[in-house]
Design a protein around this ligand. Sequence first.
Ligand code: AMP
Ligand code: MG
Length: 493
Amino acid sequence: MRYHNTYVKLDTRLYHRQAPTPLDNPRAGHFNNQLAQQLGWADDSDLMARWVDIIGGHYVPAEFAPLSMAYAGHQFGQWAGQLGDGRGLLMAQVIDNNDQLQDLHLKGSGLTPYSRMGDGRAVLRSTIREYLCGHALTQLGISSSNALGFVVSDTPVRRERMEAGAAMMRVADSHIRLGHVEWIASFAPDLLGEFTDYMIDTYYPECRESETPVLAFLQLVVERTARMIADWQLIGFAHGVMNTDNLSITGSTLDFGPFGFMERFNPAWINNHSDHTGRYAYQNQPAIGHWNLNTWLPHFMRLTQSGVTRDSLADCLAVYEPTFMQHYQQGLCRKLGLPHQSASLTLAFEFLTLLEDNLLDYTNSFRALLGLVAANEHPYEQQLLETMTSELSSEAQEVWQEWSTRYLACIQQQTHLSNEQTIESLRTNNLVYVLRNSMAQHAIDAAEQGQFEEVARLFELLASPYEVQTIATALDSRPPTPNAPQLPISCSS
Ligand code: AMP
Ligand code: MG
């Protein structure tokens, strides 16, 4: 691997150098061979042979430079003070085969100075959920962390019940969170200039060309965050805990805990059981992204030489909403296989209302449009369409008939796209499989009995989520019955 450990060269107040605390008897859960190739990990026989020891905390290769990072954050809208890596370590930074800097971060690695009341560990169930979700989003082309592999162990970890300790090697383009800057502003303000330079030089070097690099950098953070959240909305992803310590400065999805994928469409859906007020409900995510950035940006006003003023920050943040809207609306039109124009958007919002009014499955209903537009070549989608319409009341049937007639007419009349392009757009923008909570739970139940085949099957399924696959089971595309109680999924575990 091409090591490029630069964080460890920053001021020592920003981190604590330490090794992981080994887990008892670590055993392989799953390993991501494709990512190992990309990282250059696969070219090193020592790393390949000893990956379980490395993730289990028993072996730290000489080139690694493990450390826990200090950061702070706003949690559920309140200033939470110092947080930091309480159960994870930045193990190494490497340049991958795409010349992209990647962090290797071991999550579940034991106590650090930032553990506060926690035990420094992660349990198997949350590790599997994060492992599969990072993979799923990455395969969808959504900016996200991913993971190289995970292990399970005999180390007991107490949650509501006793569970098995696990660890995962997370891979992300950065582990710098909005909360890093919040920590610096509170605890080491003299470091803000140096740290901002590091963020720009490492992650946004193109901003050096600007007359005001800091503003150019902040502008890109705002835009990337808006685009990431638009991507989430389009696939029905709810992050669940969008605290400022869980948002990356690169606009990559980070820290999967109480996340979920939309099943029966309900914009007010809250996946996180600990989120009593619904702050992080699906429909609030775009506004929360804005709130987080609005809380974060003013710290840079301390950099008086950088051209950052209250007005320039306001201009910077003003780009958030149009960036989000454009990305979201374009994506929504692509999901209908229509050009980006107001008539397409009207149809899209009517379709969403139909889904909401009838509690229809988000993923399956969009995919069912292929069964409407090109039934003969798409038997799976034709079946989805039948299931969908069978769930409609007779009144809703009429609404659906009227809508689908107008939709098909719109496809015929518009000249921007050929029929083949419409079908291709439907096929490549509407998923067949998302990681439903029930699917993850099924894999977790087996893994807790020592069986990891189901994790491996889901990993394979989610590698090609736009293809109907023979390895799929009925559970993989079945939403819960309407109004069924949700599986309880809550914050850190
Ligand atoms: P999260 O809700 O996972 O984003 O975590 C919020 C903060 O709590 C971060 O500083 C984590 O490092 C810390 N944390 C979460 N779980 C644990 C744990 N089991 N032990 C120590 N720190 C933890
Ligand atoms: Mg976190």
